[in-house]
Design a protein around this ligand. Structure first.
Ligand code: KG4
Ligand code: ZN
Length: 358
């Protein structure tokens, strides 16, 4: 499990404990995700087949402030949660009685945001009389590859790159993860967002930097690569962010001509380190399969580089389609399926967590 023992579950036993499960051969799970600035709901069959996936983004709200404003995020989740769940259920073409369980993000994330989805899921499960389970958002991202047609076999190594996390895991099952390394300061997505803000390109920055970088020369401005211990799997991106800031301030007059090259040089530095470390991790563990997941996995250059570098070593790469890289509820439902079939359900007294307990 990511970060230690699953904090929320009570083991009830087997499938037979659930009235709904015993009457069906397939299991239909409603997933709910509200950990940050996306209100999402999805209906997934057997942890693999998406019947519907609805994501309502709050980017337009937070864009004005250059980052996520927690109070506004909670308020927007409250407004969106019922319509988003209704839309997911209706797009799935099912009625509520067909739901076998509910999976909801329990943490990590913004407490106020998490509470909206978590409280909703608790009461919805109670009203529908179905089991429910709280899910670690990071486990959700890792399980997103199982929603694609060609998932990796166990064990594999996963690079999780998002706005809040940059970590490498050795993944032994849908719910079994060993942390091999993580960032000591900024997450990769956070670095993209901060550099974007610094360059006056707004929030969130990943996609904008990625677009500009396509027109830039990645070798024109060489920013530092922070490998730390080359044989280890920790990351650090704050020095790179400072280097970009310094470069930007000493070349302000040439901003217009250099912006695409700065974006390309910065992106290349991040991608170099990420690709090197995930491939080293696969080799260390003797894994023939790598997964790259999380919002930054949408980055075209990262996708291309990891595929190219891993290909040279005969390692297969699994990266979800774009809509499954960013936050979504299908990955939460897919993970929840595995907890629920193991009989691990949450309790009415369970609560959300901003960081993993312990
Ligand atoms: O997984 P995610 O949607 O939310 C978190 O759990 O954090 O990741 C969001 C992060 C943001 O920092 C965003 O800038 C980054 O993913 N991102 C990208 C790209 N698209 C989104 N970073 C680099 N290139 C992209 N194309
Ligand atoms: Zn995420």
């Amino acid at each position: 499990m990511v970060g230690g023992a699953h904090p929320t579950t009570t083991t009830l036993g087997t499938l037979a404990h659930f009235r709904h499960f015993s009457s069906l051969f397939v299991m239909i799970i409603l997933g709910i995700e509200t950990s940050c600035d996306e209100t999402a709901a999805a209906v997934v069959i057997d942890g693999t087949r998406i019947l519907s996936s609805v994501v309502s983004s709050q980017i337009a709200v937070h864009h004005l402030y250059g980052g996520v404003v927690p109070e506004l995020a909670s308020r927007k989740h409250i407004e969106a949660i019922v319509p988003v769940v209704n839309e997911a259920v209706s797009k799935a073409g099912i009625n509520l009685k067909q739901l076998d369980g509910i999976a909801v993000t329990q943490g990590p994330g913004l407490i106020g945001s998490l509470l909206v989805g978590f409280s909703f899921a608790k009461s919805f499960a109670f009203a529908l009389d179905v089991p429910w389970t709280g899910i670690n958002h990071l486990e959700g991202h890792i399980n997103s590859v199982f929603l694609e047609p060609d998932p990796p076999p166990f064990p594999f190594v996963a690079l999780l790159v998002s706005g809040g996390h940059t970590s490498i895991y050795h993944v032994t099952s849908h719910t079994g993860f060993e942390l091999m390394g993580q960032t000591r300061d900024d997450a990769a997505g956070e670095a993209f967002d901060k550099v974007s803000k610094m360059l006056g390109l707004g929030y969130p920055g990943g996609a904008v930097i990625g677009r500009l970088a396509k027109d830039g020369d990645p070798e024109k401005i060489i920013f530092p690569r922070t490998y730390l211990d080359r044989s280890g799997f920790d990351f650090s991106f704050s020095g790179l962010k400072t280097a970009v800031n310094r470069y930007f301030h000493t070349h302000k007059d040439e901003y217009e001509e250099l912006i695409c090259d700065i974006a390309a040089g910065f992106q290349e530095s991040v991608v170099d380190v990420l690709s090197y470390k995930i491939i080293s991790a696969a080799m260390k563990k003797g894994c023939g399969h790598i997964a790259v997941v999380g919002g930054v996995a949408a980055n075209m250059r990262l996708r291309e580089r990891v595929r190219h570098d891993a290909g040279l070593k005969g390692i297969a790469v699994h990266i979800p389609s774009f809509q499954l890289c960013g936050d979504n509820a299908a990955m939460i439902a897919a993970t929840g399926y595995h907890y629920l079939i193991d009989g691990k359900v949450s309790d009415i007294n369970d609560d959300v967590y901003s960081r993993f307990p312990g």
